[in-house]
Design a protein around this ligand. Structure first.
Ligand code: PEP
Ligand code: MN
Length: 446
């Protein structure tokens, strides 16, 4: 019989994108401390998300995954959490209307702290520093001290994730997510002149709500209308942290990641024999796998077999991120691989990571038009292949930032400098996010 998976097995595998901590004893002390702390999520919730995702694989639900590229310690506030949560609910209502199925809401929140980088060092003001790898690893400030990996940051990340989850759970059940309230937020957006084309959809949603109220269904009579399921997710990049947060599910006796409901493997860490795949294959949470232009059919076949050997529906979400204009080159070949294997997967579209450019003004940005074009291409390919577009994955915030160009309240190249707050990749702002939801809803209608 094959040896049972152990949460530390990844340590024997080649690792990439992880820090070299200068003091191993300090790392071990933090790991021991994290190992004794309560998990952030309950295994039953991860199982419920898996069951929800199994529906998305069949087209009976639709996945909306979104949030910051990187959460940061300094940007952490109740207002920021509330605003992103609020926009995700608005988007979910619009998507529910478009897809006519329940929308599964998964935040890139309460744990999205570690970042893969294109180079181990970066030049800032003519000086070479170790790259910033996310607040759970090192600091953003350009000093040698801040950029040195510090394991105690894992404890700060745990505490911030716990506080975030506490507030998200309160928002989900405490009346903030009441559907009638969300409806009025959408009406507010479409009052803008530029958003006239979305008004008709917003009015139809309103009509449906009014009909339900007239028929006697209100938030008071239907608890489901006042509460939502909201899940958390992050890239499982920092494996010392993930291993320390791994627990045994008392119901199934199986290992489960306690750091978030869903984990994903990034495009740079999906090596079939690497440490990240080794860790993720052993936990029973739903797993996302980023698929980029360099994902080969053979890689995908091996990864599906490793990550989902039982072919369990809802276990694996393939997050396609090819870039506008490249979807047609790559998505059909990967869809055909999935179909040939008879694999159960959710296909989700990340139209962010293949569309990053440097603007004329020097900022890393993403044109809204490219984001939208990739989404359209994703839907078109699924239509042509007869397969199911199961969800979308966005980097977004509820704040009125100027990080991506375009949209109805057009952000120009020159505007980027005014409110460019991201610690990593450029995010859609609240208005761009909601606009995208309307556009995806249109695609889902066809
Ligand atoms: C991300 O999701 O922030 C990310 C780094 O994505 P990818 O691995 O697809 O590049
Ligand atoms: Mn990113």
């Amino acid at each position: 019989m094959a040896k049972a998976w152990m949460k530390s097995d990844w340590r024997a595998k080649p690792r990439v994108q992880m820090p070299d901590y200068p003091d191993q004893a300090a790392v071990s002390a933090v790991e021991a401390q994290l190992g004794h702390l309560p998990p952030l999520v309950f295994a039953g919730e991860a199982r419920r998300l898996k069951a929800d995702l199994a529906k998305a694989a069949k087209g009976e639900a639709f996945l909306l995954q979104g949030g910051d590229c990187a959460e940061s310690f300094t940007e952490f506030s109740a207002d920021n959490l509330r605003d992103t949560f609020k926009v995700m609910l608005q988007m979910a209502i619009v998507l529910t209307w478009g897809a006519k199925v329940p929308v599964i809401k998964v935040g890139r929140m309460a744990g999205q702290f570690a970042k893969p980088r294109s180079a181990p060092t970066e030049m800032i003001g003519g000086v070479e520093y170790p790259s910033y790898r996310g607040d759970i690893i090192n600091g953003f400030e350009a000093t040698e001290a801040a950029r040195t990996p510090d394991p105690t940051r894992m404890l700060t990340a745990y505490t911030q994730a716990a506080a975030s989850l506490n507030l998200l759970r309160a928002f989900s059940t405490g009346g903030f997510a009441d559907i009638h309230r969300v409806q009025s937020w959408i009406a507010g957006f479409t009052d803008e002149d530029e958003a006239a084309r979305y008004r008709e959809v917003a009015e139809r949603i309103s009509d449906a709500m009014e009909f339900m109220a007239a028929a006697g269904v209100t938030s008071e009579t239907a608890h489901e209308l006042a509460a939502v399921d909201f899940y958390t997710s992050h890239e499982a990049l920092l494996l010392e942290y993930e291993e320390a947060m791994c627990r045994i599910d008392s119901t199934t006796g199986l290992p489960v990641a306690g750091s978030g409901h869903m984990l994903w493997i990034g495009d740079r860490t999906r090596q079939v024999d690497g440490a990240h795949v080794e860790f993720c294959r052993g936990v029973q949470n739903p797993i996302g796998l980023k698929c980029g232009p360099s994902t080969t059919e053979e890689d995908l076949k091996v990864l599906m077999a490793k990550l989902n050997p039982e072919n369990e529906a809802g276990r694996l979400t393939l997050i396609a991120r090819f870039g506008a204009g490249k979807v047609e080159d790559h998505l059909p070949r990967l869809i055909r691989t999935v179909e040939a294997e008879g694999a159960e997967v959710v296909w989700s579209c990340d139209p962010m990571h293949g569309n990053t450019i440097k603007s004329a003004s020097g900022f890393k940005t993403r044109p809204f038009e490219s984001v939208l074009r990739e989404v359209r291409e994703f839907f078109a390919v699924h239509k042509a292949e007869g397969t199911i577009p199961g969800g979308v994955h966005f980097e977004m915030t509820g704040k009125d930032v100027t990080e991506c160009t375009g949209g109805v309240r057009a952000v120009s190249d020159e505007d980027l400098s005014s409110r460019y707050h991201t610690a990593c990749d450029p995010r859609l702002n609240a208005s761009q996010s909601l606009e995208l939801a309307f556009l995806v809803a249109e695609e889902l209608q066809d």
